[in-house]
Ligand binder design. Sequence first.
Ligand code: LLP
Length: 416
Amino acid sequence: MEPNQQDYLSYSDDQHLQVHNINIKDIIKSFPTPFYLYSEKILEENYNAFVQGMQKANIQNYNIAYALKANNNSDLIKKLASYGAGGDIVSGGELKCALNSGIAADKIVFSGVGKTDREIKAAIEAKIYSINVESEQELYHIQQIAKELDKIAPISFRLNPEVNVETHSYISTGAYNHKFGLIDSEVITLIQKVNSFTHCEFKGISMHIGSQLLDLTATFEAVEKLCQFITQNNIEVEFIDLGGGLGTTYRQDQIAPKVDDYLEGIKNILDQYFKRIPKIVLEPGRRIMASAGFFITSVLYTKYSREIPFVIVDGGMNDFVRPALYSAYHEIYPGIKNGHPEQKINLVGPICETGDFFAFDRTLPILGSGDFYMVSDTGAYGYSMGSTYNLRDRPIELLMEKNNKIRKIRESQTAF
Ligand code: LLP
């Protein structure tokens, strides 16, 4: 069962915010804000939802290749590796991180439109499961590099299934005019070509149509197109990689599809096309990490002179950029509830841009210096998209283990 936010967030009798019944106020006594706090329990449950979904859908041969871009904290990835996760990587850095964190090389897939020769070389040398090829020129580079190394490079072609998805335009990736993948006629040509290549082995077809998908219609349409493409063209595949993208619940009034329904829907389509279903690779990032992470930030100052008061906190868009970059909505919880009447506020950071905000015009208790707010569902694309913009320190990361002990899992990188 995937965890429900209400199951792990609560307020103590004296109205202080708790995660798994641990008072965040007490954590702040030992660690400086802003910081990310992750829950091992939620992480494990989120991952297990995929394993259980596979079992329920009766998909036996699979690889849940966690997309490292969502969160590259090695301690968290070590946990996922210990549960059996593979890894979806998009850079040499992520390759190194995946291997150092214990993800088996034969469970790693390498996506991305712009792999460098150095990255391709490292991937071939590490003997990863597949390099997902996104252009004809990339294929030539892989063949050449594999030849120089005297190795065989396992490859798949990333098909652009030409579907339109409902999500923020920056994270939609499966339409014809997006830079990602190859269109179907290109894949056919390249499969014919690669057969004569001495140092590449064609193993599968991959796709990824976008991220934060809350409506499964486009996903199922794309899966259907991919299956049709493979079977109509008699393409022999060892695996099919369906990418990531399953959305998460960011707003309390929003309902994300269940992992079970997602996988059952996929299985129904696969059954229509295959007598023997190939290995299924998935590349989920957000759905595994987002709800396992919280961003905690303390109030510095309050400005009442404007129509909507500004509450200025010590965390900024360099720490958590999703609101600034995508106008993303994240639920915000006040660290304390009583004695603070609710009103419309702007919750903003210290960075010198008007776009540096966590919430505009949001009804929340107005807290004072030393109190804190928690931005929820920040485990995915939080720390990993952070920067030192304004030459600010990077926040620390903490893990709440299953025994409720708190452990620092990344030091602050201080500029000051
Ligand atoms: N596989 C590929 C090839 C991808 O490009 C991505 C995400 C994933 C898997 C994982 O997708 P997920 O399951 O996490 O949706 N920074 C944005 C999200 C960018 C997603 C990029 N690609 C955000 O904060 O919403």
